[in-house]
Ligand binder design. Structure first.
Ligand code: G1P
Length: 292
């Protein structure tokens, strides 16, 4: 069965971006001139996804507004002849069939995904986390869909991370099955002790509806939240689950450093600003080096 539905959980409290995220969702942080969540929707659409459900929560209203029309602004741009801008603000509303559902309480990623159960029904689906973005040219989701189509089993994207960072991610342990493919034996959410693996879950998953019953029975784990990683651990005792070391780089824009890195790298690829930014950065580095 074709993967044509996607869940984008965006209901988290965004504590890593407080105080900013007190009123503005971190998914609306701009990378260049588009909010992070637009890149995620674009990646889903480019991978063949037709229906998207975004799980929102308290203070996430601006995400919904962004994907709907703004008649007043459109009229203003139309009458003042700013047709390029008109096209730009209209584009997000035409990307896909986007639906919204609110998670009642922020009980964690696993619970947010459970909220999408009736929307998903009985078909495979993708999950794209709201703070991991990737350049358009190399869709991580597309790579996972290819693996899913071949193995007909759930698969998640992983990347090797430095030792010091394993406590920030879900870590998987598995047996190598192909150049980039692993069959997962064990998953640990944000491990506190060392593990013989640095393969971190990177916010892209292809799952099947059997995960919902498991999520329903999963008790809160790390941080008192229902963890998708814990449900996936249960899944491994029932059937095969794969990890795919995807090509290309995902940017974790859910923390300051990752956000700044993504903004700088993407800006350096933007024709309009890259030369000026490059000159600025070069001078900044030279000044810092001189002071040291
Ligand atoms: C979530 C997942 C974790 C994963 C991470 C990055 O954690 O629970 O397994 O490694 O996203 O995709 P969060 O960053 O939301 O705390």
């Amino acid at each position: 069965m074709k993967v044509r539905k996607a869940v984008i959980p965006a209901a988290g409290l965004g504590t890593r971006f407080l105080p900013f995220s007190k009123t503005v969702p971190k998914e609306m942080l701009p990378v260049l001139n588009k909010p992070a969540i637009q890149y995620i929707v674009e990646e889903a659409v480019a991978s063949g996804i037709e229906e998207i459900i975004i799980i929102t929560g308290k203070n996430k209203r601006s995400i919904e507004d962004y994907f709907y029309n703004n008649a007043e602004l459109e009229l203003h741009l139309q009458s003042s002849g700013k047709l390029d801008m008109l096209k730009m603000i209209h584009q997000p509303t035409t990307l896909a069939n986007i639906h919204f559902v609110r998670q009642k309480t922020a009980l964690g990623l696993g619970d947010a995904i459970l909220t999408a159960r009736s929307f998903i029904g009985n078909e495979p689906f993708a999950v794209l986390l709201g703070d991991m973005i990737m350049e358009k040219s190399l869709s991580c989701l597309n790579q996972l869909i290819n693996v899913y189509n071949e193995y007909k089993a759930p698969v998640i994207a992983v990347e090797q991370v430095p030792d010091l960072e394993i406590g920030n991610y879900g870590i998987v342990l598995g047996e190598k099955k192909g150049e980039r493919l692993y069959r997962i034996h064990r998953l640990v959410e944000k491990p506190k002790t060392e593990l013989p693996s640095r393969m971190a879950i990177m916010g892209r998953y292809i799952l099947e509806p059997d995960i919902f019953d498991i999520l329903n029975d999963t008790k809160p784990g790390v941080g008192g939240e229902v963890q998708l990683t814990d449900a996936l651990q249960t899944l491994t005792s029932k059937r095969s689950l794969y990890a795919y070391q995807h090509e290309g780089k995902l940017y974790d824009v859910g923390n300051y450093l990752g956000y700044l890195i993504a903004s700088i790298e993407w800006s350096l690829k933007n024709e309009d600003i890259r030369d000026s930014l490059y000159i600025f950065l070069k001078k900044l580095i030279a000044d810092i080096e001189e002071k040291n």
